[in-house]
Design a protein around this ligand. Structure first.
Ligand code: ATP
Ligand code: MG
Length: 307
């Protein structure tokens, strides 16, 4: 329901009417969030580029949903500012931020057909019928659901319902799409298909910035341009997906993202091809914990031997 309500409002403001991709950067500028005086998001500073898919991962309770809610405007930061498209939106209500959010349990209106669910946000604000039809058609095409216009949610599979929820979010042409564990209610096989579809959706809408919260590392590794790892309400690591995987900057990131065997190795001299180690965080004492990814057996044993 969240996305529909947001969508309705966003459509009326003109913010959402902007071309997708224009001004879709997101900036967290030292954002903190507190619930009843307890800080659950420590100062978070983070820039998301226009058109980027940033995955946010981290243990339960680490602040991922809170960070999304701060961007959406559902929770007010205790300090810091949120910028979207270069403009400070911290004091704007959710419906003026030009974004849409999809949550885990898709929350479609059960008594409305697919077309009406997707149209809801636009209709609520009195958009003209031809515009609504065009937007509904576009959004359903992007998620491959245009043949299901007349169905009720109960006549759809979980994956199809979630696609409709995403279409409903897209119908208002958000600049930024916030996805909070959108696939976690689905079984593993449908999740894989949906990940491919979200990747395709992003090819269709290259300017749309996506913040994607997930528990599932493989979703993050498959979809994201960059991954941010939260721990205890703080940013523990951030980087381009393959860099973060291959060269995690700390033990937590190494263990949280993928499987890792941490080996104590002695630090003597660095061969030229391992020069990057110099810019890595300094080892404690004379010990360095090498991250050995199981699938990189040959390279990593050479890595350990050569140090
Ligand atoms: N409305 C609220 N009132 C009080 N505390 C809250 C509220 N919402 C979240 N919290 C607390 O804030 C912290 C961060 O919660 P958040 O929902 O952001 O975590 P998360 O990383 O999304 O976790 P999960 O992976 O389980 O969804 C948790 O300790 C949680 O208990
Ligand atoms: Mg959450």
């Amino acid at each position: 329901m969240t996305s529909a309500v947001l969508g309705a409002e966003a459509a009326s403001t003109g913010v959402a009417a902007q071309t997708i991709g224009a001004n879709s950067t997101v900036r967290f500028d030292a954002v903190t969030v507190a619930y009843r005086g307890a800080i659950v998001l420590k100062p978070l500073t983070l820039d998301v580029a226009a058109g980027e898919i940033l995955a946010m991962i981290g243990p339960s309770g680490s602040g991922k949903t809170t960070a999304l809610r701060a961007v959406a405007g559902f929770v007010r930061p205790a300090s810091g500012r949120i910028h979207i498209g270069g403009a400070d939106v911290t004091d704007l209500p959710p419906y003026e931020r030009g974004l849409a959010m999809v949550v885990q349990n898709y929350a479609l209106f059960p008594h409305m057909r697919v077309a009406d669910n997707v149209a809801f946000g636009l209709k609520a604000r009195g958009a003209a019928k031809p515009l609504i039809e065009e937007r509904v058609d576009d959004a359903l095409r992007v998620v491959g659901m245009q043949k299901f216009l007349k169905r009720y949610p109960r006549e759809l599979s979980g994956g199809q319902q979630q696609r409709v929820a995403i279409a409903r979010a897209l119908a208002v042409r958000p600049r930024v799409l916030l996805l909070d564990e959108p696939l976690s209610a689905l079984d593993a096989q449908i999740r894989r298909t949906m990940v491919e579809e979200i990747a395709r959706l992003h090819v269709d809408l290259p300017g749309l910035t996506i913040l994607y919260v997930t528990h599932d590392q493989s979703e993050a590794l498959t979809l994201a341009d960059r991954i941010a790892i939260l721990k205890d309400g703080a940013l523990s690591a951030i980087g381009r997906t393959s860099d973060l995987y291959r060269r995690p900057p700390n033990r937590f990131a190494a263990e949280f993202l993928g499987r890792a065997n941490l080996l104590p190795v002695s630090w003597r001299e660095i061969p030229a091809r391992m020069e990057w180690l110099r810019s890595a965080p300094a080892p404690t004492d004379s010990w360095w914990r090498a991250t050995r990814r199981p699938q990189a057996r040959v390279a990593s044993s050479a890595f350990v031997r050569s140090i």
